[in-house]
Design a protein. Structure first.
Length: 234
């Protein structure tokens, strides 16, 4: 069951739902609008082009690695706006912290932003029961589009829970900044089998025995494995 707008107002007043800062005028018929904060990031490595061509002469970091931390950089807004381009994933966040131990927040785009071709999440719209923090948005656009800090870019609905609650205690609890994937936490690189000397006499890790070597081409003469980072001549 989705809470109505008036019921959201009641539950916020009762402390059952946290929306901070709370703006009563942003409550709609069955949701509350959330604003875009001045915190938009992109991953450093991947390039916005076809992956088959991205590796040519571009060095090793042309892909994201789910088993390693992927660095990001923050984009600076100019006159309160940032222009977004197709082919790039932008990590933004909401101004508001939201959460509840009784209702599950469901974050979706608004009709007006959807009609501009703006998507605000990549399958990650459901918050866990007990989560409290700002919402990291996985933003993509169909056309080059300017977005503005402080605009109401998405909306949160609240679902009633049936059964005994089990509260969230995961890796994103309490997040404030636009937060990149922490999938790698507790997973990490594949275990290595030992060490060896390379042709220059330097000590390097041996290959993991079970590595399936998913290669990405670096240039015309070499490639690197996406898992163990082993370079091979072509």
């Amino acid at each position: 069951m989705i809470l109505s707008g008036p019921e959201i107002e009641i539950r916020v007043a009762a402390g059952d739902i946290v929306v901070d800062p709370y703006v009563a005028a942003h409550v709609g018929p069955n949701s509350i609008d959330l604003r875009l904060a001045d915190d938009i990031r992109v991953y450093d490595g991947p390039l916005p082009m076809d992956w088959k061509e991205a590796g040519v002469g571009c060095g090793e970091d042309v892909f994201l690695d789910a088993h390693r931390e992927n660095p990001t950089r923050r984009l600076e807004a100019q006159d309160g706006r940032i222009i977004l381009f197709p082919g790039t994933l932008y990590l933004g966040r909401t101004v508001e912290r939201i959460g509840s131990t009784r209702y599950v927040p469901l974050v979706e785009g608004r009709s007006s932003t959807g009609r501009l071709g703006i998507s605000v999440h990549a399958t990650a719209g459901v918050c866990d029961l007990g989560f409290l923090g700002t919402i990291t948005l996985e933003i993509t656009v169909v056309h080059p589009t300017a977005v503005y800090v402080g605009d109401r870019i998405c909306q949160a609905m609240f679902l009633k829970v049936d059964g005994e609650p089990r509260l969230y205690k995961g890796r994103y609890q309490g997040q404030v900044d636009a937060t990149p994937s922490r999938f790698w936490v507790g997973v990490g690189p594949r275990a290595l089998t030992g060490k060896r000397k390379n042709e220059r006499g330097e000590i390097e890790a041996c290959l993991p025995a079970d590595c399936d070597h998913s290669y990405v081409r670096l240039d015309k003469g070499s490639a690197v494995c996406a898992f163990c980072k082993t370079r091979e001549k072509l």
